[in-house]
Design a protein around this ligand. Structure first.
Ligand SMILES: [Zn+2]
Length: 478
């Protein structure tokens, strides 16, 4: 297998990112520019993400369904804002079965239109509401500048599409699902995020308003990690979806949609990775523990392997994912390195000397610490250690974010920070799209969101000096 040397993170962050993906065998470039091949190590992370999210979606009352990849072109044109937002990046099929199609087919960039076309038939009365559906699928958005996981022409995601009787019900759902994303980011990805509302300029094409969770990456840039949209009655009106209310009146349905994609694998790499490779939080690792036997003679090998068999027996019942690395052709040192670049959270090293002492060596991926622990009760020790690693990854990411967050009231200072170490800049903003646009042109920083946690505070817009009621988060973003 080909060896990839990982560029130092501090030297060239962007090359480091690509090197980590290669070294950990997470993804590959595809024959079609902008597309991505997700390799087994990368897909294993996505499967874990799917399991975690899918469980939470079902706990909050949602069901999965599947809608077609092809959407009649006319559907996309029914919602004016939606088509305007997506038209530049839509891929269209004009020929099939050896002839030109009567109506071109769009490859879904997102599925609001095809789903709401079905909801017209599925929703008749208030008794049919709420309708809570999620779909796991691929979507295509023809991007010119692509980057593995972060921005690719085709990507995998889930898209939730719900229908409600009232504006308030839809708002409640929008916020509920944003909360699910926050929990997922914090508890599974060990990634602290900030919940907030997008500005009108940054909202989803066709939404009444959009909420997002924003995370800080290892280079202090922001990454939008998930979005939840209140669609108002826009799609109901475009697709004539009405219901009979309890009072007998015909009313348009309210909608939400929310999505989270394979982009999160990119976030995982950038938030926790280091010069040795990716670091996978234990709750998203299929292999949580790699076990490397150490021996010289065949007789030692037998004893070590026997001990491994014994102490890993309770791992299965404890739900610990592990792999015994019995590959004969590689040295232990080579194996340590191999599991490190793949981001396996914990490594167990065990040799004849450890057997004499009834112990094994535990090596943590997150901070490199090594410590001997008894073989007795090892499953319990390992489970606890995995929990500790999960928590300390979160803590480390949180401390990093705090260290790179600033409250700034001076525009030249604002620029200085962005051109220096970067970070999240909490500044006052008057609410005008013009100021937002000018700041973006001058500094490449966008308003990530208007944080829900932001306290009301009188101030002056960082750009124009007009009155402002709260701070928003500015940052350069992926
Ligand atoms: Zn202003």
């Amino acid at each position: 297998m080909a060896e990839t040397k990982i560029t130092k993170r501090s030297e060239d962050y962007s090359r480091w990112y690509t090197d980590v993906i290669q070294a950990a065998e997470l993804a590959d470039y595809a024959p079609v520019k902008g597309c991505m091949i997700i390799r087994p190590n990368g897909f294993a992370i996505w499967e874990k993400m799917q399991q975690a999210l899918d469980t939470m979606f079902k706990e909050t009352g949602h069901q999965n369904a599947y809608f077609p990849l092809f959407i009649p072109e006319s559907f996309l044109q029914k919602e004016a804002e939606h088509v305007k937002g997506f038209a530049p990046e839509v891929a269209v099929v004009t020929h099939a079965g050896g002839s030109k199609l009567e109506e071109p087919l769009v490859i879904r960039p997102t599925s609001e239109t095809i789903i709401w076309n079905s909801y017209r038939n599925w929703i008749q009365s208030y008794r049919d509401l709420p309708l809570l559906i999620n779909q796991w699928c691929n979507v295509v958005r023809w991007e010119m500048r692509t980057r593995l996981f972060l921005r690719t022409a085709e990507f995998l995601w889930q898209e939730g599409h719900t229908a409600h009787a009232t504006y308030e019900d839809a708002e409640e759902e929008t916020i509920r699902m944003l909360g699910v994303y926050r929990r997922f980011a914090e508890e599974f990805m060990a990634l602290p995020v900030i919940e907030g509302r997008k500005t009108d300029k940054e909202k989803f094409a066709g939404a009444d308003h959009t909420y997002s969770i924003e995370a800080m990456m290892g280079d202090a840039k922001a990454l939008q990690a998930g979005t939840s949209h209140h669609l108002g009655q826009n799609f109901a009106k475009a697709f004539e979806v009405t219901f009979q209310s309890e009072k007998g009146a015909r009313e348009y349905v309210y909608a939400t949609s929310w999505g989270l994609s394979t982009r999160m694998i990119g976030a995982l790499i950038m938030a926790h990775g280091d010069d040795n490779g990716i670091v996978i939080p234990p709750r998203l690792a299929t292999i949580q523990v790699a076990i490397v036997p150490i021996y010289r003679k065949p007789e030692e090998r037998d004893r070590v392997m026997q001990a491994i068999d014994n102490f890993t027996m309770p791992f299965k019942t404890a739900g610990i994912g592990f792999k015994v690395d019995a590959r004969e052709q590689y040295s232990p040192g080579w194996k340590f390195n191999d599991w490190e670049k793949r981001g396996v959270p914990l490594r167990i090293e065990v040799g004849p000397k450890d057997l004499e002492k009834g112990q094994v060596m535990l090596a943590r991926r997150d901070n490199g610490q090594k410590s001997p622990v008894p073989q007795d009760g090892l499953a319990h020790t390992v489970a606890q250690m995995l929990d500790t690693i999960q928590k300390s990854l979160f803590q480390r990411a949180l401390e990093f974010r705090e260290k790179h967050s600033y409250s700034i009231d001076n525009y030249s200072k604002f620029n200085e920070i962005l051109d220096g170490e970067g970070g999240f800049i909490w500044s006052h903003w008057c609410g005008s799209g013009e100021c937002e646009e000018r700041i973006k042109d001058e500094t490449k920083a966008t308003i990530r969101n208007i944080p829900m946690q932001a306290k009301a505070e009188e101030g002056k817009c960082i750009k124009c000096g007009s009155r402002s009621e709260r701070r928003v988060i500015f940052a350069r973003a992926y």
